[in-house]
Every structure is written in structure tokens, then in C-alpha cells.
Design a protein around this ligand. Structure first.
Ligand code: FES
Length: 378
């Protein structure tokens, strides 16, 4: 996250003693998924498919306690996310709590519920950074993906954020129906005054996997996108940081998901479940720990969930003897499970996976058609 330094050791709320000198490295980042409710219904939504299991949301007091535990465990950055976190009326209080503990606060939002009053309250509470999602450069196409008339309201939200001077990241998920407008999208982000632009190809978990045939770009689109990304970097790279996340289905390279399982970040779901990544709740045979039943530090350090794929000892061949195992960190466990039925298998995105043909085949099925399954958040 750009726009300021995290607090130094010794600042408010800093850890005074190492609670596990022989344990895993401390977490440095936490994704606090405050709610899965959301006005948008994007076809690549990262929310779980079984939303009914998450309706019992943590209370304000419980989230305040979780934030305190996170800081004590070492967390320096909190990403307040969802769903749409602005649907929680206690958001300013939670921002204030995290900020008071000395943590860097990032609000990940669609911007639909943002107005000048709410933004002022969040800034008063200590909000450090805002990440705004945009679906496309053009309103009709953006609204078609988001499932409603949202684009103009998002642009208005960006204007409010820009007027405050707070750092702004614009995040765009790329897919078959918008990737041809990558340059137009980057131009829009620059005109909005964004400090940072994330152009990330769709990750095919959950809703994205269900809608994969509609979202999957053609190889020619991916090649054109890489050229366009290089072009916008040349044109705008001196005034805006541009991050281009390649599609792992097409590169033949596994991505270091979450920068390693249980290595740096943890996710707390709206109901208090604690996970190493957004999608780990689906993995069979691993009990999902919860802040309702255990402390955050103990979950991070000792739970079967967080230790299942930590480090490299769990890796099968060809990963175990691969020179890249410390680079891709074994890829994505959830993708391995979804495509092979085995969460410990080599990520099929890797060209050396025995299951790589499933990915290679899926990468040739594309079209930008209407999704064949319901949208997210229904
Ligand atoms: Fe779970 Fe990648 S999403 S490991």
C-alpha cells in the first residue's frame, strides 16, 4: 500500500515482547472482511459462493478486539474489505481503532456508499489510503459487469477522494469483455488522479470459476494486453504506479499466492473465521479456526489450517526439487484443489504440473459471453 510508512516499532500499540521466538514469522497484514453484503454483483466476485454461512457478522466490539489481537500479533497494515465495508455503520469506529493501535489502514471499496460526510468521518478516524474498484472505462460496459448503474457514482467517489489528498489506488479486474480497453482504462485512472493502478487479470476461484468461460480472454487478447500494459507504463509510469498482474492460466507460471501460505497475511471473514487466503474455507479436511473460539496469535501459529502448507516441506514433486519453489511458493492451494481435487497438488497453472493440460485447455475456451450461472451476491 502506498502513501505513507507503517508505524515503527515502539509506536502506539507496538509489540513489546516476542510471544513465539521459535514460531513462524509474524503476520504483517490482515484483510478484515467486515461484511460480504455488496450492492454490486460482479461475475468474478471473490466472495464465497455459499454466502448464507457468513450472515452472522462479528459485532463492533468483537472487531475491536480482533484488531487489538492483530496488532499484538505483529500486524502493521489492515485492509478493510468485503463485500462492501461501507455497509457497516461502525466503519469509522473500526478505522479509528486500527489507527489508534498504530496500524496503516486501507479501505477497499466500490465507492457506491461514499459521500463527503462519510469520507470526512473516515479521515477524521485516521484512514490512510483508499482502493476503489472500477469495472471498465465505459459506463455501459462497466455497469453490465457490475450488475447495475454504478460507474458514474464510482467516478464521483474518486473525485471526492482526490479532493482530500488521501492516496488513491484504482483496481480493475481484467477479463475477456474489457481487456481490449486496457489503455482506455489506464487513461481514465490517470484522469481520476489515482496514485496507483492495479490491472489484474481475473482469478478463477468461486464465482470467477463458475463464470470462467465467459470471463476467459483469448490468447491474442492476453498478448495484446501485455503490449498495452507496457505502453501505458511508458506513457504514464512517471506519474502513477502501474501494477499489471498477468493471467496465470496463460503464462505457465504459478503465482506466489498471498506471498506464501501463512507467511505474511491472514484473512478474517465477516463471521470470525480466520484463513490464510480468501478462498481457503473450501478446502476439505482442514478445520476452519475462528476468533470466536481461539486467539488470533494462536490460530496463526498453531492451527492445522495455517500450518498445512506453510514453508516448503509439504510440497510434492516436481515442486519439492524445483529451483523456483522459493519464488512461486507453491502457487495457489485453492486453485490446485479446485482443478485437481487435491489441495497439495502442484498448482496446475505451472507448466510442469501433471495437470497443466486442464489449465491450458480452459485458456482456449473464451468468448465474453453472458455468464451461464447466476451473478454473485444473489
Ligand atoms: Fe487460497 Fe490462493 S486463493 S491459496
Amino acid at each position: 500500500v502506498d502513501g505513507g510508512a507503517p508505524p515503527a516499532e515502539g509506536s502506539a500499540g507496538a509489540v513489546s515482547a516476542d510471544p513465539w521466538p521459535d514460531g513462524p514469522p509474524r503476520p504483517t497484514g490482515m484483510v478484515a472482511e467486515l461484511t460480504y453484503r455488496c450492492p454490486l454483483r460482479c461475475t468474478y466476485c471473490s466472495n464465497p459462493v455459499d454466502l448464507a454461512a457468513y450472515r452472522d457478522e462479528l459485532t463492533t466490539e468483537q472487531w475491536r478486539d480482533v484488531l487489538g489481537q492483530a496488532r499484538a500479533a505483529g500486524v502493521l497494515q489492515v485492509h478493510l474489505s468485503g463485500g462492501e465495508p461501507l455497509l457497516r455503520n461502525d466503519l469509522p469506529e473500526l478505522v479509528g481503532r486500527a489507527s489508534g493501535l498504530g496500524m496503516y489502514t486501507n479501505l477497499v471499496t466500490s465507492g457506491i456508499q461514499l459521500d463527503a460526510g462519510r469520507l470526512a468521518a473516515l479521515l477524521d478516524a485516521g484512514l490512510d489510503h483508499l482502493q476503489l474498484s472500477i469495472q471498465d472505462a465505459r459506463a455501459a460496459e462497466a455497469d453490465a459487469i457490475a450488475g447495475g448503474a454504478f460507474h458514474e457514482r464510482k467516478l464521483a467517489a474518486a473525485g471526492l477522494v482526490r479532493a482530500t489528498g488521501i492516496p488513491l489506488t484504482v483496481n480493475v479486474v481484467l477479463h475477456a469483455a474489457n481487456v481490449a480497453r486496457l489503455t482506455e482504462i489506464a487513461d481514465l485512472a490517470v484522469s481520476l488522479g489515482a496514485d496507483r493502478l492495479e490491472l489484474a487479470h481475473t482469478q478463477f476461484y468461486g464465482w470467477g470459476l463458475r463464470n470462467r468461460a465467459a470471463l476467459m480472454p483469448a490468447r491474442a487478447q492476453v498478448e495484446a494486453a501485455a503490449e498495452a500494459a507496457a505502453g501505458v507504463h511508458r506513457r504514464h509510469g512517471d506519474r502513477i504506479e502501474i501494477v499489471y498482474v498477468q493471467p496465470d492460466y496463460h503464462t505457465g507460471e504459478a503465482k506466489p499466492c498471498m506471498q506464501g501460505w501463512g507467511a505474511r497475511q491472514l484473512v478474517v471473514a465477516p463471521n470470525g473465521d480466520v484463513l490464510p487466503c480468501l478462498a481457503a474455507g473450501q478446502l476439505p479436511g482442514l478445520e476452519v479456526p475462528s476468533v470466536r473460539h481461539a486467539g488470533l496469535a494462536a490460530i496463526w501459529r498453531d492451527s492445522a489450517m495455517f500450518n498445512a502448507f506453510r514453508g516448503t516441506a509439504w510440497m510434492p514433486e516436481p515442486c519439492a526439487s524445483c529451483a523456483l519453489r522459493e519464488v512461486d511458493l507453491g502457487g495457489c492451494r485453492c486453485q490446485a484443489f479446485q482443478l485437481t481435487g487435491d489441495a497439495s497438488a502442484t498448482d496446475p497453472a505451472c507448466r510442469w504440473s501433471p495437470h497443466h493440460d486442464t489449465v491450458a485447455r480452459a485458456a482456449t475456451v473464451h468468448g465474453g459471453r453472458e455468464p451461464a450461472v447466476p451473478r454473485a451476491n444473489r
